[in-house]
Design a protein around this ligand. Sequence first.
Ligand code: NAD
Length: 497
Amino acid sequence: MKTVNHWIDGKSVEGGSGTYGPVTDPATGAVTTRVAFASVEEVDAAVAAAKAAYATWGGSSLAARTSVLFRYRALLDAHRDEVAALITAEHGKVHSDALGEVARGLEIVELACGITTQLKGELSTQVASRVDVASIRQPLGVVAGITPFNFPAMVPMWMFPLAIACGNTFVLKPSEKDPSPAIRLAELAAEAGLPDGVLNVVNGDRTAVDRLLEHPDVAAVSFVGSTPIARHIHTTATAHGKRVQALGGAKNHMLVLPDADLDAAADAAVSAAYGSAGERCMAISAVVAVGGTGDELVAKIRERAEKIKIGPGDDPTSEMGPLITKAHRDKVASYVHDAAAQGAEVVLDGTGFTVAGYEDGHWIGLSLLDKVPTTADAYRDEIFGPVLCVLRVATYEEGVALINASPWGNGTAVFTRDGGAARRFQLEVEAGMVGVNVPIPVPVGYHSFGGWKHSLFGDHHIYGNDGVHFYTRGKVVTTRWPDPADGGVDLGFPHHR
Ligand code: NAD
């Protein structure tokens, strides 16, 4: 069986705690790999390596940093297929989707290659007689990143490329469910010439995470995962004096207005609800059909959903793969089983589905629930599986009120041909990312990604300008060079002269 270890100070370090977790191929249900769980001492070793590396990397030239990042970009580009195959083997998503994930991660590496422009400071000359003021941004030191299972390559790449471009060093704790892609990303960074200790990876569970949250040498924590853990990360790490951005879960709504192109809306709903088997924080999990569009829209969604081919992620004909674990599959199924008793109409029931020859895989088919009451668990919880709820409302206002009553506010979308209604929706809806006829509005790398309400704890969104701000702190330098004319003691508060 393959063992995944840690990556500390530029090399693979065998796990020493004696504790390992199982990594499963979701398509077969077989445990293929064991992943080492770091002890407190092993986390400390990774932080110590990062701290030692910061002494040099933090003061390295921008040219030195970007030359590594440009080489890294080229290496990742050449290894897209290999990284995608690692994702599919442990996460289960289909290869084309895994390639998309790598591409979106590469976007942030490309952003980091341009850090020279982002880190240009501001200078005001002659703010007073012979006085200049410069605003500069400097790195924080050692930064930790804790990432979820559903994007085992992209979400780490939302964090460390920009963090290290800004001059920080990094300790990553990837999901223990699919740890191999993160280790490969670190190996490729070393191959690109990243100095030892600048990027470290410790594998593990809560023990490793909690040590990072409390470690006195960790200056900041980036987290992406579920809402309860995001809240724990934010509370604990801020209590230990750290800067924190903690992105949580979601329930993303798609509002379909009566004038929308219903074929385009149905295509979008099926792609966004069932892509990656619904295991995306930006998946559409609730369609809100306005003013009588419901029957036709549900029929169109059903017709499309019934044609989706489910199978192993490494089969190029598969469109949707299995879920991450058996336990998660069973939990997702329980929402579908309970839906009818809670007032929903079960249009498609994907439970009990299996793939011939892969009977032990974590399979579930596509489920479609119509007329779902807002009190049903399938609507109230983040299911994180291929289950789409359709809710029906009479008016635009009722639809927006329903969306805004949700405790989450990650992404949302409106489907309409009415520019005025779309503009109103942009301004009125309470969510961090809004799509107009775009079902999954994940911002490009040079805009920042982040939700509102229970989808993000902290002040900074991730990557883009917010990412650069998160990974740096501001300093303002006021300069006057001595001149005999400026002499003399003055106890008054400094003001412009
Ligand atoms: P998770 O919260 O279970 O785990 C995320 C990370 O936290 C993992 O590294 C895990 O090891 C660690 N962790 C888990 N329990 C912990 C605990 N008790 N104490 C300390 N650390 C702990 O999330 P997941 O199941 O891996 O990922 C799916 C979730 O992530 C979904 O809720 C999804 O919406 C969310 N997500 C959000 C975004 C976003 O950008 N907002 C992006 C991707 C995923």
